[in-house]
Design a protein around this ligand. Structure first.
Ligand code: OAD
Length: 241
């Protein structure tokens, strides 16, 4: 239990909120050992997104793209959710009107017990057939290179939203509606640089929500947030409950 008055105030506000939305990014999983995208050790420091996370890259060299996703799936297979994921699952359980929106594809919110997760950027544990578009769960580690669809033999791709691709409009609409109607938007571990996810915070603010941010560093959101807590998600998020 902390004595920080700001934490206590945020906890009190959350306890009395009618409707809560949460937006998470790679930083919440960093404490579990999942690499983030930006920052000193970020994935995009070592590899070019254009070579691995675009439809053109997959058309050009599906094997290379699958090798990278297979490496990430192998890393994730042994990783566990941390105290921040768990606290958000607890928050969902106690809150009637609750939406968890994530940019993460790692599935750790589900593993922590969150039930209603809006996955803006897809799910690394799902594959999609490029021919018949059927989406299926797939937890094979390592994956057969190049995996094929059971129904039509088409090539399977990761069920991830790549650069230059549109988000699933139902997931995006549900996310926008969640932030439009929430009393509190809690943002955890995102750099706030990738659209359209980045516009969820100004949308929430424009609709009168109180914005709380938890991040290791300052972000474009920090100056506009009503509560901005700097530190590790696993240490701070549990204190808010
Ligand atoms: P980024 O890598 O851009 O940002 C991670 C954020 O987490 C940064 O602001 C860090 O300061 C913060 N952070 C790091 N460790 C933390 C910790 N232990 N506790 C709290 N905060 C921490 O990741 P995202 O914002 O999620 O898209 O990136 C958005 C999208 O860009 C991703 O979903 C991905 C990427 O391209 C796709 O793959 C489609």
């Amino acid at each position: 239990m902390t004595t920080d008055p700001k934490i206590k105030e945020a906890r009190d506000r959350l306890a009395h909120a009618r409707s809560v939305a949460v937006l998470t990014g790679a930083g919440i999983s960093a404490d579990s050992g999942v690499p983030t995208f930006r920052g000193t050790d970020g994935l995009w420091r070592n590899v070019r997104a254009e070579d691995l996370a675009t439809p053109e890259a997959f058309e050009r060299d599906p094997r290379l793209v699958w090798e990278w996703y297979d490496w990430r799936r192998t890393l994730l297979a042994s990783i566990k959710p941390n105290a921040a994921h768990e606290a958000l699952a607890t928050l969902e359980a106690r809150q009637d009107r609750f939406h968890l929106i994530t940019q993460n594809v790692d599935g750790l919110h589900h593993l922590a017990g969150s039930r209603r997760v809006l996955e803006l950027h897809g799910d690394i544990w799902k594959v999609r057939c490029v021919r018949c578009r059927r989406v299926t769960d797939n937890r094979d580690v390592p994956l057969a290179l190049l995996p094929q669809c059971d129904s039509c033999d088409g090539l399977l791709r990761p069920h991830i939203v790549w650069f230059g691709e549109a988000l699933d409009h139902k997931v995006l609409e549900a996310s926008v509606s969640a932030v439009e109607s929430c009393d509190i938007l809690l943002i955890v571990g995102t750099s706030g640089l990738v659209y359209p996810a980045a516009m969820l915070m100004p949308t929430a603010k424009a609709n009168g929500a109180v914005v709380m941010e938890v991040n290791l560093d300052a972000t474009p959101y920090s100056a506009h947030a009503d509560f901005s807590f700097q530190g590790c998600a696993k240490d701070i998020v549990p204190l808010l409950l």
